[in-house]
Write a protein that binds this ligand. Structure first.
Ligand SMILES: [Zn+2]
Length: 242
């Protein structure tokens, strides 16, 4: 690698913090990784790059990456901006929650594309927008090896007589192994959960077949908190306003 390198890429802007007098530190999700870069002068109204650094924007950017230094934004263009997220407290909390989760975890192109689709669905206030949110969470859990076990009973691996789902146990349980009646779920629920984690390449079909609600997403946010021991501030806020 030469001493300096320019990267041209698409990116999803996750967050921006004020830095020094006029600059910003921007966290962004790229298709293949996360990045934190310096955006000079974006606190000034006259800045051309100001719009490029707004959270919930999908942008195309050019970044200068130098060994041992903060990458720096050269220029960029807004592809789309999901500004409606900011007009609804519920969507805002879920979107902020996904940003929190992603900022702590490993990502890959499936996480990138599902977050992109989720922002678009929120912007359109799509009927099944929380389905897109559940998909984004599912892809993140799969990538980080903390998805639930749904191919059979967690304890005995049998694939029939499944009738429960347990966060603590890590997935499905059969009748014989489920000791807590609270964990029991209708078969349709178990099929929906299994499908959410096994729909690679058929995401659109999943969203046609099943409707997801805010409660579905909250269940996976709770799962995330349980398996990562990371507390999600936006989820706490969401519980208060519900
Ligand atoms: Zn069992």
């Amino acid at each position: 690698m030469s001493w300096k390198m320019t990267t041209e890429t698409e990116a999803l802007i996750l967050s921006v913090d004020a830095y020094r007098e006029n600059d910003g530190l921007v966290s962004a999700l790229l298709p293949d990784r996360k990045i934190r870069f310096l955006a000079r002068g974006i606190q000034k109204n006259s800045s051309k790059n100001r719009m490029v650094c707004q959270p919930y924007s999908k942008v195309s950017i050019s970044i200068n990456e130098r060994p041992g230094k903060l990458p720096m934004l050269l220029y960029g263009q807004v592809i789309s901006y999901a500004y409606r997220i900011m007009s609804d407290l519920e969507m805002q909390c879920v979107a902020a929650g996904m940003t929190e989760c992603i900022s702590h975890m490993e990502t890959d192109p499936t996480v990138y594309h599902s977050l992109d689709h989720m922002w678009q669905a929120f912007q359109k206030e799509a009927d099944n927008r929380y389905g897109y949110a559940c998909l984004a969470m599912a892809k993140l859990l799969i990538k980080n090896g903390i998805a639930p076990y749904t191919d059979g009973c967690v304890r005995c691996q049998r694939t029939d007589h499944l009738d429960a789902f347990s966060v603590r146990e890590g997935g499905f349980l059969c009748q014989a192994d489920n000791r807590n009646p609270v964990n029991r779920r209708p078969k349709a629920d178990l099929i929906k959960i299994h499908s959410l984690f096994h729909c690679r390449g058929k995401e659109e079909k999943l969203l046609e077949l099943f409707h997801f609600t805010l409660s579905d997403w909250l269940e996976w946010a709770y799962w995330f908190e349980y398996y990562t021991q990371i507390h999600l501030n936006s989820v706490e806020l969401l519980k208060k306003i519900q």
